[in-house]
Design a protein around this ligand. Sequence first.
Ligand code: 13P
Length: 331
Amino acid sequence: MNEKTLNQIALAMVADGKGLLAADESTGTIEKRFKSINVENTEANRQAYRDMLFTTAGFEQYTSGVILFEETLFQKALDGTPFSKLLQSKGVIPGIKVDKGAKDLVGAPGELVTEGLDGLRERLAKYHEAGARFAKWRAVITIGNGIPSDYCIHTNAHALARYAALCQEAGIVPIVEPEVLMDADNSLEVCEEVTNRTLAAVFQELNLQRVLLEGMVLKPNMVISGKKCPVQADRKTVAAATLRTLKRHVPSAVPGIAFLSGGQSDEDATAHLDEMNKLGPNPWKLTFSYGRALQAAALKAWGGNNADAGRKAHLHRAKMNGLAALGQWSA
Ligand code: 13P
């Protein structure tokens, strides 16, 4: 394992004023997104949509890397250039989602475990060859009546660490993503408690499995009120609670933390990140690895065929989040 190379990639992923575009929706997830704009989920439409995102002039000023779905890593842009080469030519690092999705956890109703470890070593070698220099694995922790169980948290943490160790062996920086969902009616305090339990387990497993902390990026949820909670914590409260939680669990050896947006509004996702950076200096870089909060406006503006409008909307959100990564955004 080349520790220096892994550290350099991780540092580049969280470079000042830059973050990650999560464009790694599986074929099933992109179908949901396309349905919202009445676009058919065909390979050609997926190619055209991602072409629009990656040919946005100037997005590389705010984007260090893009997380791709496997199909896209091996796909060509509309002009025939492989997408991985197109991104590299702009100085944007190609990354790859390697998990196989969250499935029902045996004996734990309502809870999920992420699959995809079988054959991962061989797949990683193939992805590295195709230009991927970082990867993503998303674990899903659900808040509900009596859940999450320790069983769910520990099973997911174990898999995350196994994935991370295999990535590093292959010269690929793992994005370690334990996502505590924000869909329920729980308070911010419950989210904080569950995020604390989750991060404690994740870092215990990462250490046990000898993962190089300097060669990874953490992708957590923010500590936030559940979407259905009648009382919504304000932005300053979310920022303070998220920082407090991260400081309790994330060693400063980790170069950076790149948040998921998880269903927050575009502006909340930007404002929360900005607020946390304004509260700095922090022990790690804090940036974005947004899917929906970077793409929702672009998807709508694109609408299936208006690439210029889509690019304009994409560039705007990328720029706002780039400013937030520096703590320089204002509404
Ligand atoms: P959201 O920002 O839409 O949560 O997506 C980020 C991601 O990559 C989830 O795995």
